[in-house]
Ligand binder design. Structure first.
Ligand SMILES: [Zn+2]
Length: 304
């Protein structure tokens, strides 16, 4: 029994390592299909959450129709991996370069919206995994944008060198720092756990003469094995996220905010489907339930 449990734990770790999206692997051993948690009538496992986030290899690299979300905030990512453009009269902010091979796709989406990719002045990141920030060096090369990163993610970013290229970091940010450009202010909130410097960005945007709070959520997906340090980080992240003002919740993967369903409801003249305060904590609810279930499962494993 003891051997079985340790074996199971080891299998979890291996699964998570092989499938870590930062490794850029399309195939591999999926993460464990346990524990299962049910939130608002839907059941999730680590495997189903990762599958939901990543989709197929084609989903990861195929442009989703670029669209305005609210105010000056636009989606320029792929079917399953987010990239957001915040357009201002003084140039643009881009959140997430995603995989390096997606950068030309993002450039095209930006152009389709009527903006110039070369006008991107600031590049921000969600978290230091390859599916979100591998393309930073290429974006910097193509636009000359200033690259800013949360201090706690700097070591992981420096280790990310596609084709041997150094990861550019022009400015190191700390929890609570504001980034301003052309009348738009974004605030960086440290929500660690998924990575040490996982960053939730907040800003405001106008729609129909009203101002709304927008939250670009960082991943809250826990790994298969939770160390005491990780438990502390995740607890901090859940608490922080729940305390942020939010009318429009976005995320580093579209599935975290039902992007595809909301996009399908976008119609001229009707209410903006992305303004949905009721769903602002859904992702935190799902991941916190999973975090607690993984912790409970882990605590059942007898120590040798
Ligand atoms: Zn990640």
């Amino acid at each position: 029994m003891r051997k079985m449990s340790r074996m199971r734990l080891l299998m979890c770790c291996l699964g998570a390592l092989v499938l870590w999206p930062g490794a850029g692997l399309a195939q591999g051993v999926p993460p464990a299909d346990h524990p299962a948690v049910t939130v608002k009538g839907k059941t999730y496992t680590p495997r189903s959450i990762l599958a939901r986030n990543m989709g197929t290899e084609a989903d990861r690299i195929t442009a989703f129709p670029p669209h305005r979300i609210i105010g000056n905030i636009y989606y320029v990512g792929t079917n399953t991996i987010s990239s957001f453009l915040i357009a201002t009269p003084q140039g643009h902010i881009l959140i997430d370069s995603t995989y390096e091979r997606n950068v030309p796709t993002i450039e095209k989406s930006v152009a389709q919206l009527g903006f110039k990719f070369s006008d991107v002045k600031i590049l921000l990141g969600n978290h230091a995994h390859g599916d979100h920030q591998e393309g930073d060096a290429l974006v910097k090369q193509m636009t000359g944008a200033q690259v800013m990163a949360m201090a706690e993610d700097v070591p992981a970013l420096q280790a990310m060198k596609p084709g041997g290229k150094e990861h550019p970091i022009d400015k190191v940010l700390h929890d609570g720092d504001a980034v301003e450009l052309g009348g738009t202010t974004l605030v960086a909130h440290l929500t660690p756990g998924h990575t040490r410097g996982c960053t939730t960005w907040t800003t405001t945007a106008q729609d129909g003469g009203k101002t709304y709070n927008v939250m670009f959520g960082c991943s809250l997906r826990p790994p298969a094995v939770l160390t005491p340090a990780l438990v502390e980080e995740f607890n901090r992240a859940f608490k922080t996220v729940r305390g942020l003002p939010c009318d429009v919740q976005l995320g580093d993967h579209g599935a975290q905010y039902n992007m595809q369903e909301k996009y399908a409801k976008l119609k001229d003249g009707s209410a903006n489907p992305f303004i949905d305060p009721a769903s602002c904590t859904l992702e935190a609810d799902v991941e916190e339930a999973m975090f607690k279930a993984i912790l409970a499962e882990q605590q059942q494993v007898p120590r040798p």
